[in-house]
Design a protein around this ligand. Sequence first.
Ligand SMILES: *[C@@H]1O[C@H](CO)[C@@H](O)[C@H](O)[C@H]1NC(C)=O
Ligand SMILES: *[C@@H]1O[C@H](CO)[C@@H](O)[C@H](O)[C@H]1NC(C)=O
Ligand SMILES: *[C@@H]1O[C@H](CO)[C@@H](O)[C@H](O)[C@H]1NC(C)=O
Ligand SMILES: *[C@@H]1O[C@H](CO)[C@@H](O)[C@H](O)[C@H]1NC(C)=O
Ligand SMILES: *[C@@H]1O[C@H](CO)[C@@H](O)[C@H](O)[C@H]1NC(C)=O
Length: 426
Amino acid sequence: MLHHLTHSSSMKIPPKGKTPLSLAIIIIAVIALMSATFTEDLRVLTGTSTFKAKAAAAASSSSSTSTSTSTSVERDVSSRETSEAVVDEEDKIEFKRKKCSTTKGKWVFNSSKEMPYTDESCPYLDKQLVCQRNGRPDDKYLYWEWELDDCTLPRFNVENVLQKLRGKRLMFVGDSLQRAQWQSFVCLIQAHIPPKRKLIKRNEANCWFKAKDYNATIEFYWTPFIVESNTDKYIVPDPNKRILRVDSISAHAQSWVGVDILVFSTYTWWHSFVNGEEGYDELDRRIAYRLGIKTWANWIDSFINPNTTRVFFATMSLDWGREDGIQCYNETMPVARRGFSGSGTDMEMMQAVTDVVERMKVPVTVLNVTQLTNHRIDAHVSVYTQLDGKVLSDEQKKNPHRYADCIHWCLPGVPDIWNQLLYAYL
Ligand SMILES: *[C@@H]1O[C@H](CO)[C@@H](O)[C@H](O)[C@H]1NC(C)=O
Ligand SMILES: *[C@@H]1O[C@H](CO)[C@@H](O)[C@H](O)[C@H]1NC(C)=O
Ligand SMILES: *[C@@H]1O[C@H](CO)[C@@H](O)[C@H](O)[C@H]1NC(C)=O
Ligand SMILES: *[C@@H]1O[C@H](CO)[C@@H](O)[C@H](O)[C@H]1NC(C)=O
Ligand SMILES: *[C@@H]1O[C@H](CO)[C@@H](O)[C@H](O)[C@H]1NC(C)=O
């Protein structure tokens, strides 16, 4: 499991801020990209079974070093808090990009919330993410809405979205979390388009949905680090053998030229490198991340015309597996405590995004989903996922340490809210 892996990687970080976790960086390198099969199944990040053994050892040896002990205290899941917060909707202003913060708000339970789609009604969802179909017994996690403190977050309006996308290409670029956001976006709109008026193509790393009457396409481009790596086309199972080229991006970037709206995100995979290899420069994960983001920013500033292209960068979503692989297991309620920020968010990496984006020539809208997503411990796939095309067995479900996925989100679910934010900014 990826979460085992990430969890063990972070476990190796000493508590006092030392950062021995390193990445292998090739500055000058020729990587022969084998034309091999692509899989977006992040489970391949697991590496080998020996790695799992290490993960377990690391977990037991460092249980006192992390902040995980505080989590249960912080999680004050009181329904009182949510019902008390009766906000006077009259006082709120209509959403305006410059005036409204999408990070200041809270999750509100709405039992009459309309489901824009279900995992039965939308045919485009990955099997690993369809929690209800995979047997998740509770469904409360579907009914939470993100409510802003000072503004009204507009509801995702399909007709409006399609009008805005008329004659345009929207592309999500990143890892499997971005792929989920792409799926969510497509599912949010597809029911409104008659069968013969839409097209979908999913091949390997690229997905593509077209609403013919609007000449609008919604695409996904797989590149887990955004910058180039040797694990882009063919996923290298052993994290020790993954090599990143933090200064190279053009192999991917050529596919972004001409796209009207670009939505980038990268985070989780940056935890999946364990060691550098001899002969290559080794860099700390956070430094490497900053360099990678800078490479991306330079490309955007050099090749994107802000008059014709909108650029978004979505911040990371919390990985609930980071401390203890099963933190999302059995959870059915969001963390209600205001301003809650789980320890799975690397604030230094977050700061790198802020710093780099601030200095860019091309204006980039940051979709800051981190804070709101951090609350949603209840909305992960957990054990309601699939492995090798099969729903987990009861036996496997009882072994969350090994099988719970606390990185990915159920669909429908949290990625729909990310798209609601994106919609607000479009
Ligand atoms: C709950 O959802 C319904 C249907 O979308 C909506 O009409 C209603 O305003 C929502 N309630 C609140 C309190 O937001
Ligand atoms: C459809 O949109 C694409 C850009 O996404 C544009 O290049 C093309 O000319 C458009 N076609 C029509 C018929 O408007
Ligand atoms: C964008 O538009 C402005 C105003 O119309 C113009 O001055 C500027 O040169 C344009 N920039 C590019 C890169 O085309
Ligand atoms: C998870 O929930 C099930 C069913 O409610 C319960 O039997 C089990 O003990 C719980 N496991 C943990 C680790 O909390
Ligand atoms: C996102 O919002 C959080 C607070 O909610 C803030 O700490 C963080 O700096 C923001 N990140 C970016 C990149 O704007």
